[in-house]
Design a protein around this ligand. Structure first.
Ligand SMILES: Cc1ncc(COP(=O)(O)O)c(C=O)c1O
Length: 391
């Protein structure tokens, strides 16, 4: 048995053995060695809270940012850790100015928490938040881009879009969209919650203005680790949602603050937001090391192939269309299912110990399957057999 076979990996993850877990996308799952590392940091904190919070923490945070920066190819002092993607997006939304008459262009495929924030912000500041209605099925990258841009106009100041969408699991053509946005002079805010360790992320080459990613999903860090990347020249005037001891370099009377632990104002204002447990942030290097040790490039390839094969098998059974071509898929796929009652579908699957999210959106019912290294062919076979019985 190879070191990264699904049965070997299943033992290393902390997941309940009784459950056929096909929902890695929602909250990820943390392997034991990474979780142990997280506990190690918590112990270090509790061992000497004052020296940990006063000094050690900043050294370890820098180490963690360096590993993450190398992993997503950006400078480590251009990213800050945040607990979740919503928090990262909030820090962007509340730092940008959009005048009445201008607009932010997005899609109808965005994550609910972010959509709500934009809705609130646009009403409060009297600008338009334009939802481009993406037609499903999507045919190819170019037709996706054409449809998206058909909703833009001369007053579009920002685009906000998921790199991989939560509801559809589709990998969107973000490099093409960022390039075109630059050509049009539009700033880009990319929600990459599902991206790190799912598909390759090279921030330097992509060159967005803002990028938000989660580490507790596909990188399998402990919960509560995400990051916000902000392009250097946009860091100057940014303000944190919570101002604390690291804030205020611009005011002489605060210059003596001992909380200014780095030379970067951007890092100082975000790193310390009051007492909180940052152990999960510190476990990022271990999560990266874990995936290297178990040759995750190979694991990912195996999972992607399983996703394509599984979707083929299910659409053969249901005779319903696929919502996108195979090249839009990574380790997740949203698949239509012929029922109106998605809650009943979810309950019926859970009765059979299958954990998978179901949706009812725009008149169709679907589930989203995620496949991670711990999922085996027999998990998929069991799922297919259960679907056949439900049909
Ligand atoms: C695309 C996308 N954006 C943002 C989020 C927000 O994550 P959270 O609720 O953890 O902040 C998610 C969560 O799954 C997501 O899938």
């Amino acid at each position: 048995m190879s070191i990264n076979s699904s049965s070997n990996l299943k033992k290393i993850f902390k997941l309940d053995n009784k459950i056929t877990y096909l929902n890695h996308g929602s909250y990820g799952a943390c392997p034991k060695p990474v979780f142990d590392d997280y506990i190690k940091w918590q112990n270090a904190l509790e061992n000497q809270p004052v020296s940990f919070f006063s000094n050690d923490l900043y050294v370890y945070l820098e180490r963690s940012r360096k590993h993450l920066g190398a992993f997503v190819n950006c400078k480590s002092d251009d990213i800050i850790f945040v607990p979740n993607p919503t928090y990262g997006v909030a820090n962007v939304i509340n730092n940008i100015t959009i005048n009445s008459g201008e607009n932010v262009l997005t899609t109808n495929l965005e994550y609910g928490s972010c959509d709500r924030m934009w809705f609130y912000h646009s009403k409060k500041n009297d600008y338009k938040y334009i939802n481009s209605k993406i037609t499903l099925p999507v045919f190819d990258e170019d037709s996706f881009c054409d449809e998206f841009w058909s909703f833009a106009n001369a007053k579009t100041k920002y685009i906000f879009i998921s790199h991989i969408t939560s509801s559809t699991g589709m990998i969107l053509p973000i490099p093409k969209l960022v390039k075109e946005a630059k050509r049009r002079g539009i700033k880009t805010i990319i929600d990459g919650a599902h991206v790190p360790a799912h598909i390759e992320l090279d921030i330097k080459t992509l060159d967005p203005d803002y990028y938000i990613g989660a580490c507790h999903k596909w990188l399998c860090s402990p919960k509560g680790v995400s990051f916000l990347y902000v392009k250097k020249d946009l860091q100057k005037n940014i303000q944190p949602q919570v101002m604390s001891w690291g804030w205020g370099e611009e005011y002489d009377e605060f210059k003596s603050s001992t909380q200014h632990k780095t030379k970067s104002r951007f890092l100082n204002i975000f790193q310390w937001q009051g007492t909180r447990d940052m152990s999960a942030f510190l476990s990022v290097p271990k999560a990266i090391e874990f995936q290297k040790k178990y040759d995750w490039d190979q694991v990912r390839e195996r999972c992607k192939k399983m996703i394509v094969d599984t979707r083929n098998e299910i659409t053969l059974i249901t005779d319903l269309p696929k919502i996108c071509p195979d090249n839009f898929l990574g380790q997740m796929a949203t698949i239509l299912f012929p029922t109106k009652d998605h809650v009943k579908l979810k309950e019926s699957l859970f009765e059979k110990n299958i954990e998978i999210p179901t949706y009812h959106q725009n008149g169709y019912t679907a589930f989203r399957i995620s496949i991670q290294g711990y999922n085996s062919d027999s998990d998929i076979q069991y799922f297919l057999d259960t679907l056949k019985v439900l049909l």
